[in-house]
Design a protein around this ligand. Sequence first.
Ligand code: ZN
Length: 89
Amino acid sequence: MKYVKLDDIITQIDKAEIDAHWDNEVFNAEYIIEALDFVPYIEDIRPAIKAHWIETNEHKHQCSHCYFTTNPWTASFYNYCPNCGASMR
Ligand SMILES: [Zn+2]
């Protein structure tokens, strides 16, 4: 198994999109980068931060650790905060 930084993967996907455009190919990195949000992470190499979603007055969900805010529908896809990585379990 290889451990890599997600930011490094995103950088390489962005470069692939630039290269594709250079070759007049169609490649939209946005969809792949968004799909990476759904790749499960390995908890034991992440900081063991526990948090929970707080419902705001604007009917949004907010991470209790970093205050990242999203809509409840999006939050339902995550068992961790997509911003800080805190576990929402
Ligand atoms: Zn967070």
